[in-house]
Design a protein around this ligand. Structure first.
Ligand SMILES: [Ca+2]
Ligand SMILES: [Ca+2]
Length: 236
């Protein structure tokens, strides 16, 4: 098989119910160069609380010219088998994820992340596609969907990550909107409304570990103007 790729997909998973802490596994994939400075992320929701999932088959494709290079998996104690290829136009990746055991009564959120050279990813309908299907018991039809990708860290939706976004998150924390000091929340799909905007709670999970807490605010602060990570992507 030719073109075994410098793979570029990232998957992290977080349970929406009480479950053991996440473990994280890095696949051996080439890192993107620094010109890929924007991080886009999409969330796969397995929403039905009755789902007993034995296997998830996932895939995604990213337009090659401007977007790509990512590879990370966080899992729930299961096994992920993935692979990818680099076609003329798209880099694609896919595989299966098998939980270590079916988890009745749980929902699952997977995140798929992609690096981009430009910040027009969200306006290019051909930039990114992804999908997944589940097998198991009590899997209702249409129980899965990928959310529209978002630019990680861009909380005021202006296409950049800087001081303004840090202050959006900090004031939301201080108002008790997303978590209180010293606490930690699951990065689930709950919508919150702040300063006239709607956010999925997972949009505040900057480090992609499945939780929203002070570590995420600290990371976003490093992306402020002049910060140690200003103008750089989110590698987690
Ligand atoms: Ca912004
Ligand atoms: Ca986090």
């Amino acid at each position: 098989m030719n073109n075994i790729k410098k793979a570029t997909a990232a998957i992290a998973a977080a349970a929406l119910c009480a479950v053991s802490a996440l473990s994280t596994t890095l696949n051996a994939n080439a890192a993107a160069d620094a010109s890929y400075k924007y991080t886009y992320r999409s969330v796969l929701l397995i929403k039905n609380s009755d789902a007993q999932i034995s296997k998830i088959t996932w895939n995604y494709a990213v337009l090659r010219r401007y977007y790509g290079n990512y590879a990370k998996l966080g899992n729930l104690g299961g096994t992920n088998v993935g692979g990818g290829s680099a076609g003329d136009q798209y880099e694609s990746c896919g595989g299966t994820y098998t939980p270590s055991k079916a988890k009745p009564g749980c929902g699952i959120a997977f995140t798929v992340s992609t690096f981009a050279k430009t910040n027009d990813f969200l306006t290019n309908p051909k930039a990114f596609s992804c999908g997944a299907s589940c097998t198991g018991s009590y899997i209702p039809k249409f129980s899965t969907e990928f959310t529209r990708p978002f630019l990680v860290g861009d909380l005021n939706y202006d296409g950049q990550v800087n001081d303004s976004d840090y202050w959006e998150m900090r004031t939301a924390v201080e108002a008790g909107m997303i978590y209180r000091s010293g606490s930690s929340l699951k990065a689930d799909v709950t919508n919150i409304y702040w300063h006239g905007r709607s956010y999925g709670l997972y949009m505040f999970d900057m480090n992609n570990d499945g939780y929203v807490n002070s570590a995420d605010l600290t990371l976003l602060e490093k992306h402020k103007n002049g910060g140690s990570l200003a103008g750089k992507r989110f590698d987690s």
